[in-house]
Design a protein. Structure first.
Length: 358
């Protein structure tokens, strides 16, 4: 016969609805703090991601007998090389884009007028047609380039903080590896949870960089064969936008498609869109998810929402850092709570359902 515990279970201190509302209020306050501190939080998260990617370099060096400080220096050097490459690519693409707008200003103006006239001929209201055609006007593109340039300037201003964060985080990385020795076996679940987070972030960006390079090369060669100007710039754009989940393909195809419309008309524009669709759908939709599913383990809905959400919270860097930030929130808030397994399962973590089975 099953033994029944006569001791009644104590009533919760607060009703569940109050607990939920309190948690939501605390979350809103924390997110508001991140929003107002986004100029510091964005570079901090970027530096953390770069250090996470470079940290495995430390282990083979230490196994070969290198002192801890030299292994830390190697991690810092690798992180700085990655940052230098990123800055060089963005600087080259930005300067070429500005030069392109100046060289094709007359063609852009003529194409804008033709698009507005065609839209009016289809029955669209004149003001709406002019507004749609204004997208291709040089003044509009120059204004967009200025806003992008301002964003890049803000990022470069914060670049100093990224350099400092990388040094400090790389130095602390060796100390964190001794957490279990300092606190005992009780800290092991927490250590394993964040080791899994680090591994997932590292695998996500490595796989995305590999597929982004392949996509950039194919798109760049296709644009070069079609005669679209400065295909290298659009290849760099395709590589960068590959790190933006779900909507990166759309962001990467719009500028070269519009430029193809200017230099080659509707046939070239449709050809560019078709090539991008074939290449990106094949690699990013059919093949790439099979490699990153184990690393990300997020639902498609949450991945898409995280891009919009974190871009609103911390700015443009949020689009690229959305997946690590979402994984970090899940690890911090729900990772150590057995009662929150169903929330982790809803977010896409398949292991949470397996862990709940008897």
């Amino acid at each position: 016969m099953k033994r029944v515990d006569p001791t009644p279970r104590p009533a919760p201190a607060l009703p569940p609805s109050v607990v939920v509302l309190t948690g939501l209020a605390a979350g809103v306050i924390a997110l508001a703090g991140l929003y107002f501190a986004r100029e510091l939080v964005g570079p901090l998260v970027l530096a953390a991601v770069i250090v996470i990617i470079c940290h495995p370099l430390r282990h083979p060096l230490e196994r070969r007998g290198w002192p801890s400080w030299t292994a830390t220096t190697a991690v810092i050097v690798l992180a700085y090389l990655i940052l230098a490459v990123m800055v060089a690519l963005l600087w080259f693409a930005g300067t070429q884009f500005v030069r392109l707008v100046a060289d094709y200003s007359d063609e852009l103006q003529a194409t804008a007028q033709n698009v507005a006239a065609w839209l009016q001929s289809t029955g669209l209201d004149g003001d709406a047609a002019d507004a749609a055609g204004a997208v291709l006007k040089p003044a509009t593109i120059a204004s967009f380039a200025a806003s992008v340039g301002g964003t890049v300037l803000n990022v470069l201003t914060a670049f100093f903080f990224v350099l400092a964060y990388v040094i400090f985080m790389a130095a602390d990385g060796s100390r964190y590896s001794r957490a279990e020795a300092a606190f005992g076996a009780s800290i092991r679940p927490t250590v394993r949870r964040f080791q899994a987070f680090n591994t997932g972030v590292r695998r996500y960006y490595v796989v995305n960089a590999a597929f982004g390079a392949v996509v950039a090369v194919i798109d760049g060669l296709a644009l070069w064969a079609l005669g679209v100007p400065v295909p290298v710039v659009w290849a760099i754009l395709a590589f960068v936008t590959n790190f933006v989940p779900n909507i990166g393909f759309v962001l990467g195809v719009i500028p070269p498609a519009l430029l193809a419309l200017v230099v080659g008309g509707w046939p070239m524009m449709l050809t560019v869109i078709a090539i991008y669709c074939v290449v990106n759908v094949t690699l990013q939709v059919l093949i790439q998810p099979k490699f990153v599913s184990d690393a990300v383990d997020l639902s498609l809905t949450l991945s898409f929402f995280s891009v919009i959400f974190w871009t609103f919270i911390i700015g443009p860097l949020g689009a690229i850092l959305s997946i690590p930030l979402t994984l970090l929130v899940r690890a911090l808030v729900f990772g150590g709570d057995d009662g929150a397994r169903w929330i982790r399962w809803l977010s896409g973590e398949s292991a949470a359902a397996r862990a709940s089975r008897p």
